[in-house]
Design a protein around this ligand. Structure first.
Ligand code: AMP
Length: 402
């Protein structure tokens, strides 16, 4: 990587401002899923082991620039204390400050001793965070000597805590989680082992156009499933009934199909479909072949022949990127295609597999195969932008390696 890593910093006795992604789900003031806290533990542990005085900052939810007690990071500090205590017996050294800038934050950060951690209140309680306000960024930077960004999930946003802050600290480096994300995603774009297959799904073509375009000259096989497949099938002149179609993207889908042909890549679309009149767990469900989606029905999952064809391709691949479900997997009768794809990826143990996007990540977790995926990306939007070939502002802003 061309950017500094936390491993390049001499942390001993220095104050480190670390941007983490503690945007965890809360219910009644309690953390219901601490995955994101655990994912950044290696970086926190590294900093503490090397004698840093650690100031953690994060956003949580969308408080729209105003304090909102339901989105306070206080319960997250409590959970972090528990997790650090269990994993590293360091729980007693985690403090919480009810502000992220100003005198109280400065005083508490100033008093931090080596090996101690302080979590500051939600950055997005201040509108200046998302506005990348330089004064706010300077105040954050004033809390530390070095800055470390471990929040890959927000690296595609130019906010005060991801970009602005880097102008006012001595050195800015990537945390271990950020490094891992960039390493895996970077490798698939630059040196993929072949065959390289991309599986895209989900509702909208418009969200994935950039990814398709950027991957066309890099991949060997493109599989498209989920709602977005029906805009492509319509572009091929197939009847799609009431299936999800983005009318203003049909022409573009037609163009992408042509481009795929000119790149000589294998482009697989569903050839049979699970259809119903409505998205309902009790709906009457049928499986139909291509060209036979009844006018009053919508296709809500891929059918068995499609599953078989997709599975065969997945089994042959050496690099697999998956983003987006193959159907309305949240509703049981339409979940099979997505889970079968998750299993097929997991069973290909020889391949490097990368799964990104909230829904595909939930699917591999629900299918119980998360441990068989090479890399599960923690940033849905950020990983998509990376795969689109865009530069991530939060990464660009880090200090270059000499
Ligand atoms: P995205 O956020 O674009 O990745 O889309 C994810 C959503 O797409 C999920 O909530 C799925 O229920 C939905 N989805 C997947 N396949 C279909 C389909 N065939 N028709 C309608 N919605 C779908």
């Amino acid at each position: 990587m061309s950017k500094l890593s936390i491993r390049d910093l001499s942390l001993n006795n220095h104050r480190v401002l670390m941007r983490v992604d503690f945007n965890v789900p809360l219910e009644d003031g309690r953390v219901v899923d601490d995955t994101r806290i655990r994912e950044t533990l290696p970086t926190i542990e590294y900093a503490l082991r090397h004698g840093a005085r650690l100031v953690l900052v994060s956003h949580l939810g969308r408080p729209k620039g105003k304090p909102n007690p339901t989105m306070s990071l206080k319960p997250v500090a409590e959970r972090l204390r528990m997790v650090l205590d269990k994993e590293l017996a360091r729980g007693e050294n985690v403090g919480f400050c009810p502000e992220c800038i100003g005198p109280e934050a400065e005083e508490m950060a100033g008093k931090l001793e080596q090996g101690q951690t302080l979590l500051l209140e939600n950055l997005r309680f201040h509108a200046e965070e998302e506005a990348n306000d330089p004064k706010f960024a300077k105040q954050l930077a004033g809390l530390a000597d070095y800055y470390v960004n471990d929040a890959f999930g927000t690296a595609h946003r130019a906010h005060a805590s991801t970009v602005g802050v880097t102008r006012f600290v001595q050195k800015s480096a990537a945390g271990l989680l950020m490094e891992k994300e960039l390493q895996y995603l970077g490798k698939v774009l630059r040196h993929p082992e072949r065959p390289f297959i991309a599986i895209l799904g989900g509702a909208k073509v418009s969200d994935k156009i950039g990814v398709i375009r950027n991957l066309l000259d890099k991949i060997d096989v493109l599989i498209i499933g989920g709602g977005m497949a029906y805009t492509f099938l319509k572009a091929q002149g197939e009847p799609v009934g009431k299936s999800l179609v983005e009318g203003d993207k049909v022409e573009l889908a037609h163009q992408l199909l042509k481009e795929a042909k000119s790149h000589k890549l294998k482009f697989l679309l569903p050839t049979d479909h699970v259809v119903a009149e409505k998205i309902d767990a009790n709906a009457l469900v049928q499986t139909v072949g291509s060209g036979h989606i009844p006018p009053n029905m919508m296709a809500l999952d891929i059918g068995p022949k499609t599953i078989e064809a997709f599975t065969e391709e997945i089994a042959r691949a050496l690099t697999i990127v998956w983003n987006g479900p193959m159907g309305v997997f949240e509703v049981a009768p339409f979940a099979k295609g997505t889970f079968k794809v998750a299993h097929a990826i997991a069973e290909n143990v020889g391949a490097t597999s990368i799964v990104g996007g909230g829904d595909s990540v939930s699917a591999v977790n629900a299918a119980g195969v998360a441990d068989k995926i090479t890399h599960i990306s923690t940033g849905g939007g950020a990983s998509l932008e990376f795969l689109e070939g865009k530069k991530l502002p939060g990464v660009e802003a880090l200090t270059d390696k000499k």
